[in-house]
Design a protein around this ligand. Structure first.
Ligand code: PLP
Length: 377
């Protein structure tokens, strides 16, 4: 071999004995085959890999991890929560079909359902899932799917999934639940009969605000269909993002327990503050907390602009679920895409603040909020 060739075709002679403790990052766009039989073997389903957009050990590991946590037979990773949601929906609905979706879904999901699905011939009706009669009344002859979130954003309503599954089965519909806010630690919708569970792994599963990723888990057949959509739409995750997400997920239980306990403590404290009109937090779901999001509606006595300036070390961030506490203003971020009337109907006003609670000391978190409120009156 000449120099130019040698520099490309070096091999690690010890390779066959490498057993790394953690999964390496398969940072490769494609996989090599030693002969045509091995290549043919791939198409016969021997479990090898071909091309990273189609499948990669790291993205598969992420899909399988969440499937395991949610108790589903299969899982597939996607490039973002939103692409996971799109793939999940397209695995169920096609041209001519109709979807009934909760009117308080995540802003990005609302926008996608409203703006993108109509061009594919899929229609969507948004109703309040807080009222099962409204959901039932919205079901048409061409309805195929009920879509909602296990804990809604930003007012943190906990969906009655058993009731929802019952309604769906009665009408022979599929159900998709976005379980991002609850995480599989608090809620496992598939075990309650939901067909597909989706996650923005960008949030708690990743947990460190350093990746964008999504996951679809559920029935084998539906996930295989969702995976085909992910592949055909070019929406797979990438080796490094998936690897980082799996690394972050190792501490999901520890983080979520600490964050939920902190969230509950903050919710209880802010309930006692006379300048907080409403605290939205599912307090009735146990003494250890249920999720790490707390939303508050500040009284009119509080100057909202001043409040956001007085939060000391707490950053204003238009996302959630990191290990650091952060705040967002739903009206100006997640719900910006919604018409003002829709926001008003949902109760999302200028005084509403969404708090994503981190793993700091609870007393420190509580002190910042109470102090910011007293500085803004
Ligand atoms: C962030 C989020 C999404 C979208 O996920 P991306 O990873 O940003 O695409 C969907 N649903 C919920 C509940 C979210 O919080």
């Amino acid at each position: 071999m000449n120099f130019e060739t040698s520099v490309l075709h070096n091999q690690n002679k010890k390779k066959r004995t490498i057993k790394s403790k953690v999964t390496p990052i398969y940072q490769t766009s494609a996989f090599a085959f030693s002969d045509l039989e091995e290549l043919e073997g791939f198409y016969q389903g021997n479990g090898n890999y071909l091309y990273s957009r189609v499948g990669n050990p790291n993205t598969d590991e992420l899909g399988q991890l969440v499937a395991r946590l949610e108790g589903t037979p299969e899982g597939a990773a996607a490039s973002s929560g939103l692409s996971a949601i799109l793939a999940a929906i397209l695995s169920v609905a096609q041209n001519g079909d109709h979807i009934v979706a909760a009117d308080d879904v995540y802003g990005g999901t609302f926008h996608m359902l409203k703006e993108e699905l109509s061009s594919l011939g899929i229609s969507v009706t948004f109703v309040s899932f807080a009222n099962p009669a409204e959901v039932g009344a919205a079901i048409q002859t061409n309805t195929v799917l009920l879509y909602t979130e296990s804990i809604t954003n930003p007012l943190l309503r906990v969906e009655d999934l058993t009731q929802l599954v019952h309604l769906a089965q009665k009408h022979k519909l599929k159900t998709i639940v976005d379980n991002t806010f609850a995480t599989p630690l608090h809620c496992q919708p598939y075990r309650l009969g939901v067909n597909i569970v989706v996650h923005s792994a960008t949030k708690y599963i990743g947990g460190h605000s350093d990746v964008t990723a999504g996951v679809v888990v559920g029935d084998q057949e539906l996930v295989e269909r969702a995976r085909a959509k992910i592949v055909n739409l070019g929406a797979n995750s990438t080796p490094f993002e998936a690897w980082l997400t799996c690394r972050g997920a190792k501490t999901l239980a520890l983080r979520m327990k600490a964050q939920s306990a902190n969230a509950r403590a903050l919710a209880l404290s802010l309930k006692e503050n006379e300048h907080v009109e409403t605290v939205y937090y599912p307090l009735e779901y146990g003494e250890h907390g249920f999720g790490a999001m707390v939303t508050i509606k500040l009284a009119e006595t509080v100057n909202i602009s001043l409040f956001f300036k007085s939060l000391d070390w707490i950053k204003i961030v238009p996302t959630l679920a990191g290990v650091e506490t952060s705040v967002s203003h739903p009206l100006r971020t997640s719900h910006r895409a919604l018409p003002p009337e829709a926001c008003a109907a949902l109760g999302i006003t200028d005084q509403v603040v969404r708090i994503s609670i981190g793993i700091e000391n609870a007393e420190d978190i509580i002190a910042v909020f109470n102090q910011a409120i007293s500085k803004s009156i």
